[in-house]
Ligand binder design. Sequence first.
Ligand code: ADP
Ligand code: MG
Length: 254
Amino acid sequence: MLFRSAVPVIRLWQLTKTYGDGEAAVHALRGVSLSVYEGDYVAIMGASGSGKSTLMSIIGCLDVQTSGRYLLDGVDVELLNENELSEIRNRKIGFVFQSFNLLPGSTALQNVELPLTYAGVRSGERRRRAAAALDAVGLARRYGHRPAMMSGGERQRVAVARAIAVNPSLMLADEPTGNLDSVATDDVLAIFARLNTEGRTIVLITHENEVAQHAKRVVRVKDGVIVDDTRQSPIDGPPPLHTLTKYAPAGAHR
Ligand code: ADP
Ligand code: MG
């Protein structure tokens, strides 16, 4: 059994975010309070413009709130300097975006090695770990392929491999299946289910109910506030629908 900390991984208190000021001010978040504990798998849903990506940027330490507090693993993120923040972004958090954000001129292996380079991992070990991450997402035969030679689903799996290469405890994904067909979506969800079963906390933004039903908890955002928070399955235990996926929790490979 996994050890569960009593301290939430993510703790938000009355978080607000305002872009611009005066007449032009946009109140993207208007007081969001949320706690996410280790091992949870949270889907954040809401209409376009409701503040989901803003919330994700703050959780991912890519942006700071206008007011309120954010504790990440009990640490007040506002008190950290730029070096400490980039250390956290690089080692503790794995990011996956809708548009993959891969380097087009680099191979799959090189793309996955990048965060390991930033983390100071030496080349032999780097290559070994990047290859293992690609193997774990079913891309063992794609090491030398560049993004242009891969399907959208394969590109997103490279992006997931890059996110897990440093072995982060928290995965953040903003519409990771937004550009994928249903088969590729199932692949990515299967990988997320396995990562969660292995103990990683996942926060995923989606507007698709079919995607959200794979999460343990669904948080709905509207006009910058949380309007609903529903648990679909317990934190301690596998995510819902995991038995339908081809990446079995035992870690079986295709
Ligand atoms: P979602 O991801 O749910 O579509 P966002 O968090 O991207 O929502 O946006 C919430 C609101 O904040 C929107 O009205 C959007 O136009 C605005 N917004 C987002 N980012 C910025 C920015 N950098 N500057 C100004 N307004 C922004
Ligand atoms: Mg968004």
